[in-house]
Design a protein around this ligand. Structure first.
Ligand code: CU
Length: 182
C-alpha cells in the first residue's frame, strides 16, 4: 500500500514540478553588434531563443535602428508607417511570446535601407525552457517496478530483499525514495 501511494506521488513529483532554466541574454551579432555586412541569419542559426530571453542590439547611436516588423515587411524590407524604431544604440527587447519574430534596420543609406543591404534578423522563439524528464525517468514512471520500490522504501521492514524483476534500481528513484523517507 505504502509502496503504491509512493509510486503515484513520485510520478506526480517527477512530472508536475518542472525545473525552470534561467533566461538568456542574446547579444545580436555578438561583438559585431547590429551593423552592416554581417550575416544575422547565420548568427541566429543553432541558437535557442526562449520566452523570457532578451535580445540586445548594440550600435553607435544614429547609425542604425531596430524595427520590429511582420514577415512580409521583413521580406520586402518595408518600414511600416506606424513603426516606432528603437534608436538608443543599446536596445533591449524582451521576448515575451513564442513564435517567429522579425527585426530590421530601417535607416536609409540613399540606395535603399540597411535592411535591403542585409541588416535584418529573423528568429523563432520557443516557450520558456523546462527541464524535460529524462528518458530513463519517463520509462520508469510509465512502468514502475513494485519490486524495486519495495526494496528502497521498506528496506528496514523486509529482512532479505531480493530483486524480483532483476532490474537495476533507477538512481533518481532511489534519490526520491530516500528524500521522501526522511
Ligand atoms: Cu542600419
Amino acid at each position: 500500500m505504502a509502496c503504491k501511494s509512493t509510486t503515484a506521488l513520485l510520478a506526480i513529483f517527477a512530472f508536475a514540478i518542472p525545473t525552470l532554466i534561467g533566461a538568456t541574454e542574446h547579444i545580436v551579432g555578438d561583438d559585431n553588434g547590429w551593423t552592416l555586412g554581417f550575416n544575422y541569419t547565420a548568427w541566429a542559426q543553432g541558437k535557442e531563443f526562449r520566452v523570457g530571453d532578451t535580445l540586445v542590439f548594440n550600435y553607435p547611436i544614429g547609425d542604425h535602428n531596430v524595427i520590429k516588423v511582420t514577415g512580409p515587411d521583413f521580406k520586402s524590407c518595408s518600414v511600416p508607417s506606424t513603426a516606432e524604431p528603437l534608436t538608443t544604440g543599446n536596445d533591449v527587447i524582451i521576448l515575451a511570446t513564442a513564435g517567429r519574430k522579425w527585426y530590421i534596420c530601417g535607416v536609409d543609406s540613399g540606395e535603399g535601407t540597411h535592411c535591403d543591404a542585409g541588416q535584418k534578423l529573423v528568429i523563432t522563439v520557443f516557450d520558456a525552457e523546462v527541464e524535460a524528464p529524462s528518458p530513463a525517468m519517463a520509462s520508469d514512471a510509465s512502468a514502475p517496478s513494485p519490486a524495486v520500490m519495495d526494496i528502497d522504501v521498506e528496506a528496514d521492514l523486509v529482512p532479505s530483499p531480493a530483486p524480483i524483476s532483476g532490474e537495476t534500481p533507477n538512481e533518481q528513484y532511489y534519490f526520491f525514495n530516500r528524500f521522501l523517507k526522511v
